[in-house]
Design a protein around this ligand. Sequence first.
Ligand code: NAD
Length: 476
Amino acid sequence: MKLDPFIGGTSVAPSSGRYLAKLDPRSGKQIAEVADGNSADVDAAVEAAQQAFVEWRDRRPIERGRLLLKVAEKIREHIKHLAALESSETGKLLWQSPFEIETAAQYFEFYGGLVNAGHGEVIDIGPNYHSYTRREPFGVVGVILPWNSPLNQGGRAIAPALAAGNTVVAKPSEETSASLLELARIAVQECGMPAGVLNVVLGTGAETGVALVKHPKVRKVAFTGSVRAGREIGQIAAERIIPLTLELGGKSPNIVFEDADLDAAVPGSARAFTLNAGQVCLAGTRCLVQESIHDVFVEQLAKAVAKIKVGPAEDAVMGPITTRAQFDKVVGYFDVARKEGARQILGGSALSSEEGHGGWFVNPTIYAGVTNDMRIAREEIFGPVLAVIPFKDEADAIRIANDSEFGLAAGIWTQNLGRALRVSAKLEAGQIYVNEYQAGGVETPIGGYKQSGYGREKGLEALHHYTQLKCVTIRI
Ligand code: NAD
C-alpha cells in the first residue's frame, strides 16, 4: 500500500519523491509506504484550501450541514473498511476499531446538525444603535493529529472546523495516515464535498507539521499530541499571532473513596488505564485509593486486570503499543519503577514473543507503594501502567490529585453525592468523571487545564473555537 497526500480532491505524489516505511504493530512487518511530505506539499494543499474557502464559507449553513450528515452516513457505510485500516496501522483490536469509526461518524452528525448554532447576538446599547455579533470562520485551518485514535480525533477537529465554514488541511501522524486519507476521499468523491475543502498532507512533524503551522495562509491550528510538540507549535503560533487549540497529554488521577461501590470501581479503574493499551490521553493512570480500602481494592483490581488477555488473537482485550519507539519508552519505565522502589503488583514486562508474533505488546502493569513525587506518578507513560497512591481523606486526595503538571481528566468513585460535587469543583482538570471513567460523548466538551493544553474540542464549545467574533454597530 502506497499512501500519497490528498490535495484539491485528488491523490498526488509527494514532491520529495520519498516514502517512509510503515510497520504493523502486531507483527513488526512493513505494511505500507507513507509519503514523506514537505513544505511544497503543504503549499499546494493550503492553496487548494484557500481557493475553496470563499465558496464554502458563503454556502447556506444548512447546506454545509447536509453535506456533513452525508459524510457521517458514508463513514457508517464504510465502517468495516475504515476499521480494518485503523486496526492495521494502530494495532487496535478488530472489535475495537468500529467504535472509533462510529465516533468519527457521530462528530460529522453532531456538527452537521449544529451548523446554525454558532450564531451571534444582538446587544442593546440604546435606541440610537443596532449592535450585533457574527461568528465567522478563520479561513484555512491546520489540523495536526497523533496516532492513537486517528479518525476519532480527526473527526473531532475536522467536523466542527468545516461546519463553521473553514476549509481544512489535516496532517495525520506519519504512523497512521490511511483512515484519514480514505475519509477525505469519501467526502469528496462519494459525498460531493467540493475539492479543496478537506485536504490531507503526510509526513513527519518536523517537516510537514512545522510547514503547516508556519504557512502564512493558515489562520488557525488545532493540535492534538504531546506537550513537547505543543510547545514548539505554540512558539511558532506566538510569532505568527494565530489562535491554537492544544489537546495535549495527561497523568489523570482516578480517585477511589472508601464509600465507593467496588463492583463498579474495580472494573472501571482497570478499564481506565488499560483501554487501548493505555494509549489514551485521558487514561486514569494515577489511582488514588483511600487508605482504609487500599489493600482490598488493590487485590481486587489485580485480579480483574490479570484476566485481561493481551496479544494479537481475535479474542484478546488488549492489543499492542502502536509504535516501536513508544513500546521502548513504556518498557523503559519498568526500570524506572524498579529503581524508584515501587512495589510491582502485576506485569512489568513485555509479552513474550515465543509465539512468534513479533509485535509490540506489553502486559498491563500495576505498581503500588507509589508516592506522587516518583517519575512513574508524574510523567505520562502512554501505556497500560498504573501507579497506585494511598490517601487519608478528601483533602489529601484533592491535594495529591492536583499536584501534577497535567490537568486533562480525573475520576471520582463515591456513593456520596455531596462529596462527588465538592471534589469535582476542586479538581484541576477539564473533564471529571463520577462513577464511570471516560463517560461522555461527542456532545461533551474536552480540553486541558495546565500543561494538558487550552481551547476545547467536542460539544458546542468547539464550534465557537473554530470561529472568530465580529461586532457590528450601526447608528440608526
Ligand atoms: P506527537 O506530539 O509526537 O505527534 C503528534 C502529531 O504532531 C503528529 O502528527 C506529528 O507528526 C506532529 N508533530 C510532531 N512534532 C511537531 C512539530 N514540532 N510541529 C508540528 N507538528 C509536529 O504525539 P504522538 O506521539 O503522536 O501522540 C501521543 C501524545 O498525544 C500523547 O502525549 C497524548 O497524551 C497526546 N494526545 C492527546 C489527546 C487529547 O485530546 N488531549 C488525544 C490523543 C493523544
